[in-house]
Ligand binder design. Structure first.
Ligand SMILES: C[S@@+](CC[C@H](N)C(=O)[O-])C[C@H]1O[C@@H](n2cnc3c(N)ncnc32)[C@H](O)[C@@H]1O
Length: 331
């Protein structure tokens, strides 16, 4: 049973997952987008044929004629089901729009739910940003061989979906139920082989997952200090912003099979007293026989966005940079 749309305040990916007609619509949509070569890396939109403009508009969450929507979403019944769940809206002029956009790199696709308001970002919002694409590109560079991969803190599931082109089994985890449900929905967009390879589970970091079993482990960890993160699950990294990345690094590397590789995006903090918790942690991995690397990313300085325009710092912080940590288990 789907909820009465008049009662819906915020559409839930869970409602779509519970509706066979909605799932049919998402599957059809994914097929059309793959066939059209749809790519959407935040603004870098590409579609192979101008006749597919309505399809691209629909995937960007823009209004299209309801007849066109119906063509790409499997007919009037799935369209009605999407409207009923609140995952789409329709105007009196029969203009239809989805309440999400589709991200795509041409291989992988994922659903990114729109926020109701840019001023009111709920703590369980599902995140995708420029660093999502950074993680995807680093996964392409470092996720080179093996059978099993895991994307910790998967968000929309985009990077996990991408990894299905390289790995037979891909696990996507997140602590946020809205994220795991969204990743499940993203999975529905994929072709059958990719879909059968991707498994979404709710999890706190790597707890309960069998150690030593993954050839590739990746995470785009939340790294924002608590006083700046407003409790948002996707950004809050602990008091200094490094507490949660530390857990992802320690628990994520436990999952590595011999010859496996871990990559993690986070902030590297250097304090005035010379301490640098990330460097200390990585040096310890080096002493334990892992091969390690800390690579600067092209992302902006993590602490640049202070409300007053100055670099807002933690007490005693000298500098911070956004990095990719690479840890390879040699044996
Ligand atoms: C910066 S977002 C990255 C999302 C996605 N990987 C991407 O790159 O677009 C961090 C993700 O970690 C998840 N997360 C936060 N705390 C977590 C925890 N303790 N265990 C698992 N996932 C967590 C958040 O819900 C969020 O989806």
């Amino acid at each position: 049973m789907t909820p009465d749309s008049a009662l819906i305040k915020r559409w839930s990916p869970g409602h779509i997952l519970a509706s066979a007609l909605c799932l049919q619509a998402i599957g059809e949509f994914g097929q059309h987008l793959s066939d059209a070569g749809f790519i959407n890396r935040f603004g870098r939109l590409q579609i192979d044929d101008e006749r597919n403009q309505a399809l691209a508009d629909l995937a960007l969450g823009k209004y299209v004629d309801v007849a066109a929507a119906s063509r790409f979403l499997g007919g009037p019944q799935p369209v009605a089901a999407l409207l009923e769940t609140g995952a789409a809206t329709i105007t009196e002029e029969h203009r239809f729009s989805l309440s999400f956009e589709v991200l795509s790199d041409g291989k992988a696709m994922a659903i990114l739910p729109f926020l109701d308001s840019a001023d009111d970002v709920p703590i369980d919002s599902v995140y995708a940003g420029t660093d999502t694409w950074l993680l995807r590109d680093q996964a392409w560079k470092y996720g080179l061989h093996g059978k099993r991969a895991i994307d910790l803190g998967t968000g929309t599931g985009l990077v996990a979906a991408f990894l299905t082109s390289r790995y037979e089994t891909v696990v996507a985890t997140d602590i946020n139920q809205r994220a795991t449900q969204t990743a499940q929905l993203s999975r529905e967009l994929l072709p059958e082989t990719a879909k059968s390879r991707m498994h979404v589970v709710a999890n706190d970091v790597a707890s309960g997952i069998h150690p030593g079993t993954f050839d590739f482990v990746c995470v785009n960890a939340p790294w924002v200090p608590a006083h700046r993160a407003d409790g948002r699950i996707y950004s809050q990294g602990g008091e200094t912003g490094f507490e949660l990345p530390r857990r992802f690094i320690l628990e994520g590397t436990e999952l590595l099979a011999p010859d496996g590789t871990f990559i993690g995006l986070c902030a590297e903090l250097t304090f005035l007293d010379g301490s640098n918790p990330l460097r200390d942690l990585i040096e310890d991995f080096g002493r334990r026989g892992f091969t390690t690397l800390i690579e600067s990313t092209p992302a902006p300085h993590p602490f640049h966005a202070a409300a007053n325009g100055t670099a807002e710092t933690l007490p005693g912080l000298e500098s911070a940079r956004h990095v990719t940590v690479v840890i390879h288990r040699t044996s």
